[in-house]
Unconditional design. Structure first.
Length: 238
């Protein structure tokens, strides 16, 4: 547990629960989950689980952000998903009784709850609405992955970068002054691993987007100044 700190998070007072799949749980089910879960504070860079290992339970993000990624044959990451508070991690492998198909690492200090497999499956079997929400979430994730593979095959790197900036704006954007600050401190390497290209290419294209007045840099964060122009760059109007 080096660098990790155990903490106490009450499911009944969790601010992320309303945005999570747990919204359909009954009080007694929530109480069961609350009793058996463990809560830990993870620091940036710490890993929740590794690709190829067996899931022992479910991770629920209370605060912070996590990247889910696969490692390529040459040691390069391909980021599949960025998870935020209220989201579950690892349930697809858990339900499929498979090894994790990807790894998960904290990119901003995070408070994360771990629900043992037995308790999660028991509640899932008792609550049809919860089960339905989980299945719908899995289907949505698969649809997003299909879209990403299609983009990798059909869109240019410039189009993919513009599209991903808009995706990040929708997921993590803070509106203000006719612009949107993407409130997630991604490294340029992480952004390149989302887009599926070299870090140097992302740095060059971001500089071009800044020169064209589409974005602005605020430390590691990016402010979107012209979402409509970014949408054109992403070929959304084709």
């Amino acid at each position: 547990m080096t660098g990790k700190k155990k903490m106490s998070i009450d499911c009944f007072h969790c601010m992320s629960r309303k945005q999570s799949l747990m919204g359909t749980l009954k009080d007694e089910e929530l109480a069961c989950m609350n009793e058996h879960k463990s809560s830990v504070n993870y620091k940036k860079g710490q890993t929740l689980f590794y690709e190829g290992t067996r899931p022992m339970g479910l991770f629920c993000i209370n605060g912070g952000k996590v990247k889910v990624f696969k490692m390529g044959s040459q040691g390069k990451e391909q980021i599949i998903r960025l998870a935020k508070p209220g989201e579950f991690l690892g349930y697809r492998a858990l339900l499929g009784e498979e090894f994790y198909a990807a790894s998960a690492t904290v990119i901003e200090d995070a408070n994360i709850c771990f629900i043992p497999k037995f308790d999660f499956l028991e509640i899932l079997n008792r609550n049809p609405n919860f089960y339905k929400n989980i299945v719908q979430s899995i289907c949505h994730e698969l649809g997003v992955l299909e879209d990403r593979f299609s983009d990798l095959a059909q869109k240019s790197v410039r189009e993919r970068l513009a599209a991903n900036l808009l995706m990040l704006k929708e997921s993590y954007g803070m509106e203000g002054d006719d612009s949107t600050l993407i409130d997630i401190a991604l490294s340029r390497e992480d952004l390149a691993n989302i887009v599926g290209t070299a870090t140097e290419t992302v740095i060059r294209l971001l500089s071009e987007f800044k020169k064209d007045g589409l974005i602005l840099f605020e430390g590691k964060r990016i402010r979107v100044l012209d979402a409509k122009a970014l949408a054109k760059e992403a070929d959304f109007y084709a």
